[in-house]
Design a protein around this ligand. Sequence first.
Ligand SMILES: Cc1ncc(C[n+]2csc(CCOP(=O)(O)OP(=O)(O)O)c2C)c(N)n1
Ligand SMILES: [Mg+2]
Length: 327
Amino acid sequence: MTLSNALKKEMFWVMLLARRLDERAWVLHRQGKIAFHISGIGQEAAQVGAVYAIKKGKDWLVPYYRDLAMLIAMGMTPSEFVMSLLGKAPDPTSGARQMPSHFSMRHANVVSHSAPVATQSPHASGIGLGIKMDGGDAVVLTTIGEGATSQGEWYEAVNFAAVHKLPVIFLVENNQYAISVPQEKQMAVNSAADKACGLGLPGIKVDGTRVFEVYEAILEAVEKARNGEGATVIEAKMYRLTPHSSDDDDRSYRTREEVEKHKKQDPIILAKEALIDEGLLTEEEYEELDQKAKDEVDEAVKAGNEAPYPKGEDAATPVYAEEVNHG
Ligand SMILES: Cc1ncc(C[n+]2csc(CCOP(=O)(O)OP(=O)(O)O)c2C)c(N)n1
Ligand SMILES: [Mg+2]
């Protein structure tokens, strides 16, 4: 399916909104207003391209902590994200019990993950098995960083999906670092996609800075999975443009020159240029969209500031069962 012009512009808008929201989270952290932020800056193209290739609400998404733009594409509002950053009661993920960026949206089939990296991958294969056993035609999209593909859980999950021909797309967001560890110290192959052939699956490589290329690659894998042809591993390569998290100082392990070089491949700039080249966007329209994104983020922060904190006496609800039947 080729994307309509309207959808292309919508995808760009989601990327831009996610970027401005992510940038504001850094500011809130440096102002001492939030405890923690883990950023998706530089990964928006892969995330938004992937979501537009699945059927929202029908298919399943098992994301990881960097997927802010993916969640915005799934319909999470900026204010919902800000609620989780500020630890306010309306946080839809957990009512402020979970760390920010451990996303879930029950009504949209977005499944929460745990903090140990790669534990989401077996969950995705399990959901895929459930779909297959029920005879359904939904698919599961799950994401992971390239570093976490060194974990046993990832191999187990991909192997299981391969053996049972499960409808799962394993999207690896290769941002070239696992905190301070560069890719070449993490794996002996050039791409996480190369690991797929040893497990009997196709391994596809795509430029993760180009939103429409990612969309095409994921769509092909989704159609295969929906047709009963099994799982695919896709590596979208990009660069983590920020430190690992608000608690990391990346000057200790990479040069400013390296980071600046990669800013030329910023997926927002590339998507903007692509739309301008196609005659779908002008510089003036971009400025308007950008202002709209900033205004929406301002509104979200205002709503977050005005929202109440959870009540102390509710802290353990629903973390622990109210009644436990030991019989
Ligand atoms: C099992 C486990 N080991 C270590 C950590 C600490 N940790 C959190 S994120 C991370 C780096 C993961 O890198 P990558 O998979 O490339 O994802 P990225 O953060 O670069 O998106 C590590 C080591 C963890 N959360 N879980
Ligand atoms: Mg990484």
